[in-house]
Design a protein around this ligand. Structure first.
Ligand SMILES: Nc1ncnc2c1ncn2[C@@H]1O[C@H](COP(=O)(O)OP(=O)(O)O)[C@@H](O)[C@H]1O
Ligand SMILES: [Mg+2]
Length: 313
């Protein structure tokens, strides 16, 4: 059920929440500034709030009618802020408490997908050094080791041997969350932005790095983004359908971005879903929107409209 508005005043006073305290704070500030400029450009009565650890206090200082949430990572993307906004009765963009919390946890997201019969690479929870040998036997190499609740490829690495697995495990263990190893998928990487339940054109990501790591995401000029992604219509439609199912399964609302890999035998694998994707003018969702004929300001407007979804329910 989509809600389309024609007049900026119908949004009322909008707080663009950005910053937060997660590792992705700087990315969020960049996204937030771009979102704020776009809203102001479209005549929306918006103010930017750079929040730190206290997410709620800045909201209480003024009367806001709704929130555009662009805080990435813990605190902003994981259901905590969403719960606070529910309690305050302030409508907000994107997913609710449950989907936000689930999607932030890559392990539990995979459990949902597995339970629903959706394809996600095999994995094993790593709780101590004692688990490593068993993991190598069960899954084989190469593997990718991840902290379950981080973003931006932070703390992730590829392991091709038991020794590398130990190093990867130690690296991922520095973050205050569960760690898991996942079967490495060799193939092509795609990302599917979904706006109000409609998938936008897929983007294929290509990097000379071992994977789409922090450097490839934000610094390197060697990362290539293909949009259109090069798949024929039918193959793209298949991945679109899978991305929508992946979102429905986790309960994602409003907007999100699903990361997928397609292996050498053309089998798709779901990797993760982001409920507050990056929104700088060179982020992936804006790139996909542009390909569908939607400029950045229109995209930001459409995401803000998603704040009416739960309000209407
Ligand atoms: N199972 C896998 N096999 C191969 N590469 C992977 C796998 N899982 C993740 N990657 C690579 O690591 C990147 C980051 O992983 P992802 O789970 O999307 O975490 P983040 O939240 O940091 O984006 C992906 O974009 C992809 O390049
Ligand atoms: Mg990702």
């Amino acid at each position: 059920m989509s809600v389309r508005l024609t007049s900026a005043s119908e949004f009322g006073r909008v707080a663009v929440l950005m910053g937060g305290v997660a590792a992705e704070r700087e990315v969020s500030l960049k996204s937030g500034r771009a979102v704020l400029a776009a809203l102001l450009g479209r005549g929306v009565d918006a103010a930017g709030l750079d929040v730190g650890a206290n997410l709620v206090e800045p909201l209480l200082r003024s009367d806001y009618d709704r929130v555009f949430n662009i805080i990435h990572g813990r605190g902003g993307e994981d259901g905590v802020l969403q719960g606070a906004l529910e309690a305050l009765g302030i409508p907000y963009t994107g997913s609710g408490v449950l989907a936000s919390a689930l999607a932030m946890d890559k392990l539990r997201t995979k459990l949902c997908w597995l339970g629903a019969g959706l394809p996600t690479p095999g994995w094993m929870l790593l709780e101590s050094l004692d688990d490593l040998e068993r993991c190598a036997e069960a899954l084989g190499f190469p593997l990718i080791v991840k902290p379950a609740n981080e973003g931006s490829s932070i703390g992730m690495s590829r392991a091709e041997s038991l020794e590398e697995l130990r190093r990867s495990f130690e690296l991922a263990s520095q973050f205050d969350c569960q760690v898991f190893a996942e079967k490495w998928i060799t193939g092509k990487e795609y990302t599917a932005a979904v706006l109000d339940d409609i998938p936008l054109p897929l983007i294929r990501l290509e990097t000379p790095h071992a994977f789409y790591d922090f450097d490839a995401k934000y610094r390197a000029d060697t990362t290539r983004y293909h949009c259109p992604c090069g798949l024929d219509g039918e193959a793209e439609a298949t991945l679109h359908a899978l991305a929508r199912k992946a979102c429905h399964c986790v309960g994602v609302e409003g907007w999100g971005r699903v990361d997928l890999l397609v292996d050498g035998e053309n089998r798709p694998w779901l990797i993760e879903v982001n409920t507050v994707p990056g929104m700088t003018d060179h982020s992936l969702v804006p790139m996909a929107a542009r390909q569908s004929g939607m400029d950045f300001e229109e995209l930001v407007w459409r995401v803000l409209e998603t704040s009416f979804l739960r309000e209407r329910k």
